[in-house]
Write a protein that binds this ligand. Structure first.
Ligand SMILES: [Ca+2]
Length: 133
């Protein structure tokens, strides 16, 4: 699955052309032009998965640097200054990489659900065990 499958080719061309000059890349402008601002959280998550090339759950600096090439193979890599600015904008918790908050929240909820189910199961077993003694 490529990003280009769910974005209009004309929007991508427009967005890539708008930041052809070095240090002219603006994440907000790019997302708007390319049509990502209007996508649903589920679609944005798919984009996130594509950008996270090593599937680490985060978009690290090296993945961010090649950001534009996910949209157009011949696009230029981002400059160091652009990568840094992009990272600052997307990195809400200051860990030096961009995480997908929606997914993190989901994972935390799932973990607490599993823990409470295990807890209930444990007491159920204890109850059954004690009633046989
Ligand atoms: Ca990654």
């Amino acid at each position: 699955m490529a990003i280009t499958n769910f974005l209009a080719a004309s929007d991508i061309t427009l967005a890539i052309n708008a930041c052809k000059a070095k240090d002219s890349f603006s994440p907000k402008m790019f997302f708007k032009t390319v049509g990502l601002s209007k996508k649903s959280p589920a679609e944005i998550e798919r984009v996130f998965e594509i950008l996270d090339q090593d599937k680490s759950g985060y978009i690290e600096q090296d993945e961010l640097q090649l950001f534009l090439q996910n949209f157009a193979k011949g696009a230029r890599p981002l400059t160091a200054a652009e990568t840094r600015a992009f990272l600052l904008e997307g990195d809400s918790d200051g860990d030096g990489k961009i995480g997908w908050e929606g997914r993190q929240v989901l994972r935390e909820r799932l973990t607490s659900l599993i823990i409470s189910v295990l807890f209930v199961y444990f007491f159920f077993c204890l109850f059954v065990l004690l009633s046989f003694v």
